[in-house]
Design a protein around this ligand. Structure first.
Ligand code: FAD
Length: 459
């Protein structure tokens, strides 16, 4: 009887899972293993919204395996040590896992290879599980070019790559009797979860994908920036936890085609783009990808502004609406993320790392590659080819929330202000304004812009 182990990480699904597919094809029995790694949780990634979503994912993965005659084995501790223990308990000959992108994942892979090697067990690391195209598989020509720093040429080359085969979910999964599992975590056991947090798990993800293809995708190109319309896929948490395969998502969007399908695939490519930047420049999760010699504001006034930003009380309604959506749902519309991040880093001139940390504390899709590199992009320290652009929250609000419905949805204090006037409450007559429990702007836009320009040495 041959046994293989599948170590699940950011790929909590049964459909289109190359490591599981390979393990089932080569061994009689498979141990589907997930290790709740203390190091991941201690490194600031064990935040309530993602722990609650993860609990849903693990329960659903276990349920899917049980329907196929198997079960999930959950262990707690160090991923490498626990995997080795399972190998000893079952006599497994190979461990299959998905290639990771972060430096943490790379270290885990190296340690696994070494530890398993000394036990006489093989390790197969599968590419194109977490991303569509493996980081490093598409690189610019010329020497010393290990990644693309500009999105458009990357997208062109990425689009030319063929998609690998999409695997069906297995019909049966035979799991050896022996290895014990820790109890599955439950969402109810996690405190301080955002009240509107989405449901996790592969089944929920597949339902969402089917509904999205049927009802949302075709209009994505025209509607993706409509804040109130909420017309994006909301697939990001599922892509983050791997309850949906990015290859399958792209393959289904390409089948649907049309301008909506094309625009959507391009957006998913941004995810691969940031992953390949991080894989080549792991330090970009903490340090400027392109230093601009910023001397970000610190001290009492900056802290006060940051607190107002976090609480959704900056006095700029569209920024505040976005920040309150984040608090309530653990998710934020992309246009809201752009506006909130531009406001913090440019209008308030506060370090992008402060904002990125706050997002990582709350976002259910919060992910080192996408979060840190999008923050850097907005702050102008990343890959944006126009690093000094500043988004004006009023102009943007009028364009992407023309009637003000998004603002009224998230800011009850402004719910009585009709139409686009809601974007500039400071222009309301004093008698009305004083009755609203809503703050004055923390900074004038021209003042913030002048401060930013001076700091960056622009005229
Ligand atoms: P859709 O518009 O339906 O797009 C489909 C998918 O494409 C998304 O699910 C996502 O996987 C990918 N995608 C879309 N836009 C981007 C982008 N700009 N960069 C990378 N991938 C993208 N996304 C995360 O997944 N995790 C994060 O931690 C994260 N932090 C961000 C922080 C800031 C400051 C900004 C500006 C953007 C951030 N994004 C992040 C990217 C983007 O905002 C979200 O992926 C998107 O809003 C998720 O909603 P959706 O699934 O409905 O997206």
């Amino acid at each position: 009887m041959t046994v293989a182990v599948v170590l699940f990480t950011s790929d909590l699904r049964l459909h289109d899972h190359p490591p599981l597919h390979a393990a089932l094809a080569s061994a009689d029995e498979v141990v589907p293993l997930f290790v709740r790694d203390e190091a991941v949780e201690a490194a600031g990634f064990g935040v309530p919204n993602r722990l609650a979503f993860l609990a849903d994912c693990l329960r659903d993965l276990d349920a899917g395996l049980r329907e196929r005659g198997g079960r999930l084995v959950v262990r707690e501790g160090d991923a490498v040590e626990e995997t080795c223990r399972i190998v000893t308990e079952t006599g497994a000959g190979t461990v299959h896992t998905a290639a990771g992108v972060s430096s943490f994942a790379h270290r885990r892979e190296e340690r696994l290879r070494e530890a398993l090697g000394s036990q006489g067990c093989g390790l197969r690391v599968h590419d194109a599980v977490v991303t569509v195209v493996a980081p490093g598989a598409v690189v610019p020509s010329g020497p010393d070019r290990d990644h693309f720093a500009v999105f458009t040429p990357y997208f062109r080359r990425w689009s030319e790559e063929g998609l690998r085969q999409v695997f069906r979910a297995p019909r049966t999964v035979a799991v050896p009797e022996g290895p014990a599992s820790a109890a599955l975590p439950s969402r109810d056991g996690v405190r301080e979860v955002s009240p509107g947090l989405a449901e996790g798990g592969e089944e929920a993800g597949r339902r969402l994908l089917t509904a999205w293809r049927r009802d949302g995708l075709a209009a994505y190109e025209e509607r993706h920036d409509d804040l109130a319309g909420d017309a994006t896929s909301r697939l990001s948490p599922h892509l983050h936890f791997g309850t949906l395969s990015p290859t399958e998502v792209v393959s289904r969007a390409r089948e649907a085609g049309g301008p909506g399908g094309e625009a959507f695939v391009r957006q998913v490519c941004w995810r691969d783009f940031h992953h390949q930047v991080l894989a080549a420049r792991p330090a970009a999760s903490r340090t400027d990808y392109r230093a601009r010699n910023d001397r970000w504001r610190t001290g009492r006034a900056a802290e006060k502004d940051t607190t107002a930003w976090k609480e959704g009380r900056t006095g700029y309604p569209v920024v505040d609406a976005a920040m309150r959506q984040l608090l309530h749902e653990g998710w934020m519309h992309n246009r809201g993320r752009l506006l909130a991040a531009s406001f913090l880093t440019k209008s308030l001139y506060v370090d992008w790392r402060v904002g990125a940390r706050h997002f990582l504390d709350l976002l259910v899709d919060g992910d080192v590659a996408n979060n840190q590199l999008n923050w850097q992009w907005v702050a102008g320290t990343g890959t944006d080819t126009r690093p000094n652009r500043v988004l004006n929250p009023v102009t943007q609000a009028k364009r992407y929330d023309p009637d003000g419905a998004y603002v009224r949805r998230w800011i009850p204090e402004l719910s009585e202000v009709a139409g686009p006037a809601v974007h500039e409450p400071w222009k309301l007559p004093e008698s009305r304004r004083s009755r609203l429990d809503y703050p004055e702007p923390v900074v004038g836009l021209s003042e913030g812009l002048a401060r930013f320009k001076e700091a960056r040495g622009l005229d």
